[in-house]
Design a protein around this ligand. Structure first.
Ligand code: SF4
Length: 257
């Protein structure tokens, strides 16, 4: 791992930094500090499930606002919180930042969950405690002519960008092998349209069922409700875990929750 951040006060590609309750996957319910990076290789659109719920980090990325010092200060002010959720956007676009945060977490005995779509492998001096991998299937590809959250019309260039690093199985395998633990957290829509691809993905990577946490698609309470029951029942019948995304139920489209 090369490179380091020497100026603790330098503004980094961290767009949002706030305390919350982990809402997804096997650490759900734990209080955590959310470190949300900006920038993403993907442009996810889930049809009736809507756009990426953090589109301001991906499709229309905003600039970073926080420093390492800000992260340290937030933990100092919230000593009851022992978890970090490193999310995006796509945090693996920022390997030096991830390594710095892992060093800080290691020193302070903080459990780190890295949320990633799996587009890039990242190595760290201290292994990441939990990789939360959300592979993006064909049901995430934006449709030509659709308008993005800020009104941009989807064209062939955006679709190419979205597909460039999508389903990078080599990177996902390397991530799983290099770090401490992982879970696969796919998004399923009301039609379960990604199911065959998901089964194929799990088979290729030899993922056991208890590592799979399926999420209903939806970037708002209304959109989520369209897929919720169908995905929940499928998880029950297939023997996977269901992750209910309570932050969207509680706060709808509010940011930083
Ligand atoms: S990979 Fe994640 S952050 Fe990037 S566009 Fe897709 S849902 Fe959004």
């Amino acid at each position: 791992m090369s490179g380091s951040i020497t100026n603790q006060h330098a503004i980094l590609p961290i767009l949002a930094l706030y305390p919350a309750i982990q809402a997804e996957g096997s650490r759900a319910g734990h209080p955590a500090i959310i470190v949300r990076t900006t920038g993403c290789t993907h442009r996810c659109y889930f049809g009736t499930g809507g756009w990426c719920d953090s589109w301001y980090t991906s499709i229309h990325p905003e600039k970073g606002r926080y420093s390492l010092h800000d992260v340290q200060a937030l933990y100092a002010g919230n000593p009851q919180i022992r978890d970090m959720i490193l999310t995006g956007g796509s945090p693996t676009m920022h390997p030096v930042l991830i390594n710095e945060l892992m060093q800080f977490a290691h020193q302070h005995h903080i459990h780190v969950t890295l949320e990633t779509e799996g587009s890039h492998f990242v190595a760290t001096e201290h292994p990441i405690n939990l990789l939360s991998i959300s592979p993006k299937f064909a049901n995430s590809v934006p449709q030509t002519g659709t308008r993005t959250p800020l009104g941009q019309v989807v064209d062939a260039h955006m679709i190419r960008q979205h597909n460039k690093y999508r389903l990078n199985l080599t990177a996902i395998r390397q991530l799983i092998d290099a770090h401490q633990d992982y879970q696969i957290k796919p998004v399923l829509d009301a039609e379960l349209s990604a199911l065959d691809e998901l089964e194929d993905f799990l088979q290729q990577l030899q993922i056991p069922d208890d590592k799979v946490w399926v999420m209903p698609a939806g970037d708002s309470r209304a959109a989520l409700m369209r897929s919720y029951g169908v995905v929940m029942n499928h998880a029950r019948d297939r023997g996977w875990c269901f992750t209910p995304r309570p932050h969207i139920i509680a706060f709808d489209t509010e940011r930083n929750v």
